[in-house]
Design a protein around this ligand. Structure first.
Ligand SMILES: Nc1nc2c(c(=O)[nH]1)N[C@H]1C(S)=C(S)[C@@H](COP(=O)(O)OP(=O)(O)OC[C@H]3O[C@@H](n4cnc5c(N)ncnc54)[C@H](O)[C@@H]3O)O[C@H]1N2
Ligand code: MOO
Length: 402
């Protein structure tokens, strides 16, 4: 059976998948990282008045020539405007952000004047007309569309929404991803292990990945190798209206691999793929209506690499974020051997020289069971199928890890 190229597997998996359209409203403090569901317009004008950009004196430019002496008649502070008018020959003390009083047409910065008595100001440098004033609406006007639907909200967007008067924002519901570890050998971290048991790790890595890419996790824990239990856990995920179910382990050819029969019993249409990749060759993909299922191999580095290539783009697509492999260009730190019939996704470290592309250093041991190595990696060095041997310093492609 020929191996399926990674790109084909990814495009089959993403076929027909679009962003989750349901929306919810969240407090502004919870909005960063979410995807905006509607256009957001300003509920106010900013600044709402002509404001001083500097500390100094609000004056009439025509009166404030070099050597002129002006009478200080009041103060305009941020939050405490001067209610009167700046009359001819007068000046009003003004601070940054304060409203420009009526009558004034410019701000004389305090460095250019001397206060000779509490109410007597000498102009040292003539004021220019209309200086140091931020006109009303300079930042935005009431009703202007500031943020567009589909935007992935970052810190600056959240601050702008706050300034525009929005205490909360409409966002898309996060995709719900159910994660199920399978295997009689697994126990939770902190629990005591029998002589033939190990600790379940992969689900924790997947959950962190899902959350980092805009998904919510429904943790289904560990299911033993028991068809009825597996079916019950899958039913639980469907009842919770998961958008994606991810299973870990049982993706290969062993006799105790009950994940596929359990999924089929739940009516999931399943496809088994042998993907041309190392690690992570055996992958299951399925669908039942809008529900998508990915069956990941159990070896820890295989789980994480296959999740990086398939689950991460799927979650991002459902979340309304960009959903490619995220390949970037780098330079090899050391020579690499010729590639084989599977593309290699080599656990690697990135080094950033002062200039130019990052250096990509393959880590020494690449066995798919080694989490200690996976945890050191901050990238997967991508060596395509049958890649020719390459020298140190040659260009390469890599996928940054979370
Ligand atoms: N005869 C063949 N044997 C295998 C093949 C093959 O093509 N022919 N493929 C190998 C490859 S490649 C991989 S990858 C594994 C995948 O196997 P499974 O997906 O069926 O995974 P398991 O057998 O259930 O587990 C493998 C390994 O990983 C450990 N594991 C499982 N789940 C977890 C978890 N949640 N946390 C930590 N560790 C986990 C499990 O204990 C096993 O040690 O198959 C090869 N075999
Ligand atoms: O592809 Mo398996 O994932 O080599 O260990």
């Amino acid at each position: 059976m020929s191996l399926m190229p990674v790109e084909e597997a990814l495009s089959r998996l993403l076929h027909g998948v679009g962003p989750v359209l349901e929306t919810e409203t969240v407090a502004l403090r919870a909005a960063a990282g979410r995807v905006l569901a509607d256009d957001i317009s300003a509920l106010r004008t900013q600044p709402p008045f002509d404001a001083s950009a500097m500390d100094g004196y609000a004056v009439r430019a025509a009166d404030a020539s070099k050597g002129a002496v002006l009478k200080v008649t009041g103060i305009s502070a941020a939050g405490a405007a001067f209610a009167g008018t700046v009359e001819p020959g007068a000046a009003v003390r003004i601070f940054t952000g304060a409203p420009l009083p009526a009558g004034a047409d410019t701000v004389l910065i305090q460095e250019n004047a001397t206060l000779e008595a509490p109410d007597t100001l000498r102009v040292d440098v003539a004021a220019e007309p209309a200086r140091h004033i931020r006109k009303a609406g300079l930042d935005f006007a009431h009703g202007a569309v500031l943020l567009q639907a589909g935007l992935h909200l970052r810190a600056g967007h959240v601050a702008l929404a706050a300034s525009a008067g929005h205490p909360q924002l409409p966002v898309r519901r996060r995709p719900r991803v159910a994660i199920l570890a399978t295997g009689d050998e697994l126990v939770m971290p902190g629990e005591s292990t029998g002589p033939d048991q190990i600790v379940a790790s992969n689900g924790f890595g997947l959950a962190a990945m899902v959350e980092a890419h805009g998904g919510d996790v429904l943790d289904l824990g560990i299911a033993p190798d028991d068809l009825a239990v597996l079916e019950a856990r899958l039913a639980e995920a469907e009842d919770a209206r998961a958008d994606v179910i991810v299973t870990i382990g049982g993706a290969s050819v062993g006799d105790r691999d009950l994940v596929a029969p359990a999924l089929q019993a739940r009516g999931v249409e399943l496809d088994f793929w042998k993907v041309a990749m190392r690690p992570g060759k055996p992958v299951m993909a399925g669908r039942k209506g809008a529900l998508r299922v990915i069956g990941l191999p159990g070896n820890p580095a295989s789980t994480m690499v296959a999740a990086t290539l398939f689950l991460r783009p799927l979650v991002r697509r459902l979340a309304g974020l960009g959903a490619g492999l995220g390949l970037q260009r780098g330079v090899l730190s050391a020579a690499m051997p010729q590639g084989g019939e599977r593309a290699d996704f080599v656990r690697a470290r990135l080094h950033y020289p002062p200039e130019g592309a990052p250096q990509v250093e393959a880590l020494p041991r690449q066995d798919s069971s080694l989490l200690s190595i996976y945890a050191l990696a901050d990238a997967l060095l991508y060596r395509p199928v049958a890649a020719p041997a390459a020298e140190a310093g040659q260009d390469c492609l890599f996928i940054p890890l979370d």
